[in-house]
Design a protein around this ligand. Structure first.
Ligand code: ADP
Ligand code: MG
Length: 278
C-alpha cells in the first residue's frame, strides 16, 4: 500500500528513463538519461504546466505518463494503482483514461481517414456501439470543439493547422479521459483558436473533473493556462508550486532563468496576461 493525499490523481516516484544510442560512425553505444529519478504529484482536476528548456525530458515524461513508453525504473501511480506493475490486459482499461495530444497533429492523425472515421475509431475498440451511435458521438465531439458538421467527411490535410489540432483534441476526448496531457499542443495555434480550446478544456474540467497537464518550453503560456507549475531540468523536477508563487518567488535558478526569458518576452505586445508579476 501507499499513502497518497485523497485528491492525488498521479504520483510519480523515482522515475528513470534511459535511452541507448549508437554513435553514427564508430558504432559504440552510449546512454542518455532522459529522466533521472523524477518525482511528481498531480492533483485531480488541476491544471499543471510542466515547463523546462528543450531537452529537459518533458516529452519523455509525457510519453511515459501517457503509457506510450515504458520507463526504465520507478513507479507511476494513477488513481492509486501502480500502472507499471500491470500487464497488457490490466493496462487496457487504464489507457482509455489517459490521453496525449502532440504538438504536430498532422503526424498523429491518419491522413487517409475522414474526421468522422478518426473520431469513431477509438470507440470501435472500446465500446459495443452501433455505427449510427458512433457517428452521432463523432458529430457531437466535432460540435464541442467548434468544428462544423460538414468537416466530418474531410481528411486531416483538408483542415487548417488550428482546425487539425481541434480534431486531434476531439479524438483525445472521445473516450472521456480523466487525464489529458498536451505536449506543446497549443503552442503553435493562433490566439483565437487557443482561447476557444482553453475554454473548452476549462468547461470539461468544471463538468467532469478533467486533469490537465500542459507541457511547455517556456513560461509565457504557463501563467495563462495553469494553476500549478512544475519546472523540469535535466530529467528531474527542480521546483513545483502554484503559478502565483513561482512567478512571485522563484526559488530554483532554472525557474529564475525561465522567468527572465518570460519577462523579456513580455515586452512584446501580444503577451500581457500575468498579474502575479507585480
Ligand atoms: P524535451 O521534450 O524537454 O525537449 P525530450 O524528452 O524530448 O526533452 O528529450 C530528453 C532527452 O532524451 C534529450 O537528450 C533527447 O535527445 C533524448 N531522447 C528523447 N527521446 C529519445 C529517443 N527516442 N531515443 C534517444 N534519445 C531520446
Ligand atoms: Mg518535447
Amino acid at each position: 500500500m501507499t499513502t497518497l493525499a485523497p485528491d492525488t490523481l498521479v504520483s510519480i516516484r523515482d522515475l528513470t528513463k534511459t535511452y541507448v544510442q549508437r554513435r553514427a560512425f564508430s558504432g559504440t553505444q552510449f546512454t542518455i538519461e532522459a529522466l533521472r529519478g523524477l518525482n511528481l504529484e498531480i492533483r485531480r482536476a488541476s491544471t499543471l504546466a510542466l515547463v523546462g528548456e528543450s531537452g529537459a525530458g518533458k516529452s519523455t515524461l509525457a510519453r511515459c505518463l501517457g503509457l506510450l513508453e515504458r520507463p526504465s525504473a520507478g513507479e507511476i501511480w494513477f488513481d492509486r494503482v501502480n500502472v507499471l506493475a500491470l500487464d497488457r490486459r490490466q493496462l487496457f482499461p487504464v489507457r482509455r483514461r489517459i490521453q496525449l495530444v502532440f504538438q504536430d497533429p498532422a503526424s498523429a492523425l491518419n491522413s487517409g481517414m475522414t474526421a468522422a472515421e478518426i473520431l469513431e475509431e477509438p470507440l470501435l475498440i472500446q465500446y459495443d456501439l452501433t455505427k449510427a451511435e458512433r457517428h452521432r458521438r463523432a458529430l457531437d465531439l466535432l460540435d464541442e470543439v467548434e468544428l462544423p458538421a460538414s468537416s466530418a467527411e474531410k481528411r486531416p490535410l483538408d483542415f487548417s493547422g488550428g482546425q487539425r489540432q481541434r480534431l486531434a483534441i476531439a479524438r483525445a476526448l472521445m473516450l472521456r479521459p480523466e487525464l489529458l496531457i498536451l505536449d506543446e499542443a497549443l503552442s503553435n495555434l493562433d490566439l483565437a483558436t487557443r482561447d476557444s480550446i482553453v475554454d473548452l478544456l476549462d468547461a470539461l474540467q468544471a463538468e467532469q473533473g478533467l486533469t490537465l497537464v500542459h507541457v511547455l518550453h517556456e513560461l509565457r503560456l504557463a501563467s495563462q493556462l495553469a494553476s500549478d507549475v512544475a519546472v523540469m531540468f535535466d530529467g528531474q523536477i527542480v521546483e513545483h508550486g502554484s503559478a502565483d508563487r513561482l512567478f512571485s518567488r522563484p526559488e530554483h535558478p532554472c525557474t529564475r532563468a525561465l522567468l527572465r526569458g518570460f519577462r523579456s518576452s513580455q515586452e512584446a505586445p501580444e503577451a500581457m496576461h500575468v498579474e502575479a508579476l507585480g
